[in-house]
Design a protein around this ligand. Sequence first.
Ligand SMILES: NC(=O)c1ccc[n+]([C@@H]2O[C@H](COP(=O)([O-])OP(=O)(O)OC[C@H]3O[C@@H](n4cnc5c(N)ncnc54)[C@H](OP(=O)(O)O)[C@@H]3O)[C@@H](O)[C@H]2O)c1
Length: 272
Amino acid sequence: MANLDEISARGLVLLGCGKMGSAMLAGWLAQGVPASAVHVIDPAPSDWLQVTGVALNGPLPAQPAVLLVAVKPQMMAEALPGAARFGGGPTLVISVAAGTPLAVFEAAFGPGTPVIRAMPNTPAAIGRGITAILGNAAATAGHLDLAEALLRAVGQVVRLQGEGQMDAVTAVSGSGPAYVFHLIETLAAAGEAEGLPPDLAMALAKATVGGAGQLAEDAPEDPAQLRRNVTSPGGTTQAALEVLMDADTGFPALMRRAVAAAAERGRELGRG
Ligand SMILES: NC(=O)c1ccc[n+]([C@@H]2O[C@H](COP(=O)([O-])OP(=O)(O)OC[C@H]3O[C@@H](n4cnc5c(N)ncnc54)[C@H](OP(=O)(O)O)[C@@H]3O)[C@@H](O)[C@H]2O)c1
């Protein structure tokens, strides 16, 4: 498994430092990557970024270990040409842009450029993200290890077998935090409808989803068993689950449709 020494030695260029770029940068700095090894290109650096000590919009190393692209997909056409000189050599290109296929980077950086596409999610901001990664043909095991070491700074990392999995991953973990936020909103609203004050309903909903999520990650039992553990026959939980688990109108059908819609939108965006 690679560590981040290569970054300290050869440098990293971060193209775009908004929400996701800042979350990753905070993780690298916390893990001991020297600020002087990180070179950021961003037209409107945040106040936080300006006091990190990273090199900002200045001269760039000729052959950094990594060029990490974290601009919005719609800014890609504008941002990539200026970075094309990093292609075709020893620099690994990593992109966290949703929906932008490996082929776009291969075209921009030229043949033989190692490229890794990564799909993180917003809990990266608190080091609790999960990122799926996939390399092109030029990306070696060492490149994948280096990308994994970088992305571990903001949470877990999983590896994909093929780019065909990326739309489904995006639909589950990339967009998934929004589904959970909506679950919190609707659980709190339902509590209000049962007579709770809004603040109390929201506090209960947030802590319930956060705590249950943590329990699902930490417990040896799978989520289905954890659910059965809190469901006494004929009790209150069972009454709710009979509504939520209804095959036609409950979560199973609804989640299937929601994830399918997200994956289909990803396929559409990928086609350009
Ligand atoms: N946020 C997420 O949860 C998440 C999850 C998965 C993947 N991603 C991916 O991460 C990428 C960044 O998302 P984000 O939420 O961090 O967006 P963001 O906050 O808008 O950050 C993008 C940054 O890039 C800068 N930028 C724009 N054009 C540039 C250029 N030509 N050269 C250099 N920098 C430029 C932007 O500056 P201005 O603000 O001045 O335009 C901004 O600071 C996206 O591709 C997105 O698909 C994000």
